[in-house]
Design a protein around this ligand. Structure first.
Ligand SMILES: [Zn+2]
Length: 108
């Protein structure tokens, strides 16, 4: 038996972690993760990420009561980006941080 964190994907073989479904990397219990489903603005693909946020925080953001950074001050930027635009941390890395080389046009 082992426990795999839905957020970071790491598997723990620690018995305590298994019993409590606790991720020692994220420092969070599985119960505290909220599934958030979005369509990526880059690829159009639907993803669900498990984020350490409360439904009430998400609601406040979606009602526009709070700005993204005020609703989720502790969330890492790539996960905040996902809430806003559906771009996953992987897509962000792939398309934004190191975008594929632009093909040079042969117009000479
Ligand atoms: Zn984790």
């Amino acid at each position: 038996m082992s426990f795999t964190c839905k957020r970071c994907g790491l598997t723990s073989h620690n018995e305590n972690d298994e019993d409590h479904r606790y991720c020692g990397v994220c420092h969070i219990y599985e119960d505290e993760l909220l599934p958030v489903t979005r369509f990526s603005q880059i690829t159009g693909i639907q993803h669900t990420l498990y984020l350490p946020i409360a439904q009430s925080e998400l609601d406040a953001y979606e009602r526009r009561d709070l700005l993204l950074q005020d609703a989720f001050p502790d969330l890492p930027a790539p996960e905040r980006e996902f809430i806003k635009s559906g771009i996953t941390p992987e897509e962000w890395q792939q398309f934004v941080v190191s975008p594929p080389p632009i093909q040079e046009e042969d117009d000479e």
